[in-house]
Design a protein around this ligand. Structure first.
Ligand code: MLT
Length: 333
C-alpha cells in the first residue's frame, strides 16, 4: 500500500475516532446519574444532596437518583462509590468526615481521599452546633459542660459512626473538655435527631442543616454554634465564644466527588451543573434557610476542593490521634 494511501486511511480513522469521542461527550449523560449519600436519609448530607441534586438534574437533562448507603461513619458508601465504573453515572456526596477525618480513624481505609477521586466541587459549608434534648438538665453551655463533667458516661451522645462529622466534632469537644460520655452510633444524624427529639439520647454535635427546623420548633435545645459569628438562620443561638467556650470552633462541609479517572466531558458537565445549582436563587434560598454557607465561585472549583481535602486530612490526623491517646490515658504530644 502506498505511503499516501496509508496516511489517508490513518487520517480517516483518527477523524472517525474524534467524531466518536465528540458524539459521546455531546451525548453524556444518556441516562440517570446516581448520587451516593453515605448516610441514612433525612440527615444533613442527604438534605444537601437532594437540594443540589434536584437542580443538577435540570441542567443535565437526566434524573439524579439519590442512593443512601450508610455504615462505618460514611466510609462504606464512599468505598463503594469510589469503586464504581468511572463513567460519570455514579457520583457521591462526601464531607469533612469521609474525606477529612476518616484516614486518622480507619487504618485500613479502602480509599485515599486525596488520590482516589475526581473532585467535582464543594456544595455547602455546614456550621456545627452543640444540641441537647429538650429535657436536658441545663439551659446554657456552661451548665451543659458542668453537667457533662459531673456525670460522665451517664450522659449519652448521638453520632453517625466513627469518622462521621458528628463523631469527629464531638470528639474534638470531649478532648477540649476532658469529658467522656456514652457514645451512641446511628446510621446518620437523621435517625439520631429523631431520638434526640424523642428524648432517647442526651446530646450531639451536628451540622446546622439538620437542626434548624427542630430548633425553630423548640423541640431540642441549641446550646451554641461553633462559628465566630451567629448564623442568620438561627440568630438567637449564641456562639461558643459568647457561651464561654471560645476554643471550640469547628465547621464541616459537604462536597461532590466522582470516582478517579471519570472522563473529562462528564466531569465538566457535572462541575457546570453543580455551579448552576449554587447560582440558582431557589436552591440558594433552600440551602441558606437551613444555615448552609454557600461557597463562592473560587471556592467551588475542583482544584479548590482537592486542596481542601488535602488540608483537612492533614488537619484532623494529629487532632484525632491526640484525642484517641488522651481518651486511653496515654500522653499526647
Ligand atoms: C449525616 O448526613 O447523617 C451526617 O453527615 C452524618 C455525620 O457525618 O455526622
Amino acid at each position: 500500500m502506498s505511503r499516501r494511501r496509508m496516511l489517508r486511511m490513518a487520517g480517516a480513522a483518527a477523524l472517525a475516532l474524534a467524531a466518536q469521542i465528540h458524539a459521546a461527550s455531546a451525548a453524556w449523560p444518556e441516562k440517570s446519574v446516581t448520587l451516593v449519600v453515605p448516610f441514612a436519609a433525612g440527615g444533613p448530607t442527604d438534605i444537601i444532596a437532594r437540594i443540589v441534586g434536584e437542580h443538577m438534574a435540570r441542567t443535565l437533562g437526566q434524573s439524579v437518583v439519590i442512593e443512601n448507603v450508610a455504615g462505618a461513619g460514611g466510609t462504606t458508601g464512599i468505598t463503594r462509590a469510589s469503586q464504581a465504573k468511572p463513567d460519570g453515572y455514579t457520583i457521591m456526596m462526601g464531607h469533612m468526615g469521609t474525606h477529612g477525618a476518616a484516614p486518622a480513624l480507619y487504618p485500613n481505609l479502602k480509599y485515599n481521599p486525596a488520590k482516589d477521586f475526581t473532585p467535582i466541587g464543594l456544595a455547602a459549608g455546614t456550621p456545627i452546633l452543640i444540641v441537647a434534648k429538650k429535657a436536658f438538665p441545663a439551659d446554657d453551655l456552661k451548665g451543659f459542660i458542668a453537667y457533662l463533667k459531673a456525670n460522665g458516661d451517664k450522659v449519652s451522645e448521638a453520632h453517625a459512626g466513627v469518622g462521621s462529622v458528628s463523631h469527629t466534632t464531638c470528639t474534638l469537644l470531649q478532648s477540649q473538655l476532658g469529658s467522656k460520655t456514652a457514645r451512641v452510633a446511628y446510621r446518620g444524624t437523621g435517625p439520631a435527631l429523631n431520638d434526640l427529639v424523642a428524648g432517647q439520647v442526651d446530646f450531639g454535635c451536628d451540622q446546622i442543616v439538620n437542626l434548624v427546623p427542630q430548633i425553630q420548633g423548640g423541640n431540642i435545645k441549641a446550646l451554641a454554634i461553633a462559628t465566630p459569628e451567629r448564623s442568620p438562620a438561627l440568630p438567637n443561638v449564641p456562639t461558643t465564644k459568647e457561651a464561654g467556650l471560645p476554643e471550640y470552633q469547628v465547621s464541616a462541609w459537604n462536597a461532590v466527588f466522582a470516582p478517579k479517572d471519570t472522563p473529562k466531558e462528564a466531569v465538566d458537565k457535572l462541575v457546570g451543573a453543580l455551579d448552576k445549582a449554587l447560582d440558582d436563587e431557589g436552591t440558594r434560598k433552600r440551602l441558606l434557610d437551613l444555615g448552609s454557607v454557600i461557597p463562592d465561585k473560587t471556592g467551588r472549583t475542583p482544584a479548590a476542593l482537592q486542596k481542601l481535602v488535602e488540608s483537612e486530612v492533614a488537619r484532623w490526623m494529629p487532632v484525632l490521634k491526640d484525642a484517641a491517646a488522651a481518651a486511653q490515658g496515654q500522653p499526647t504530644k
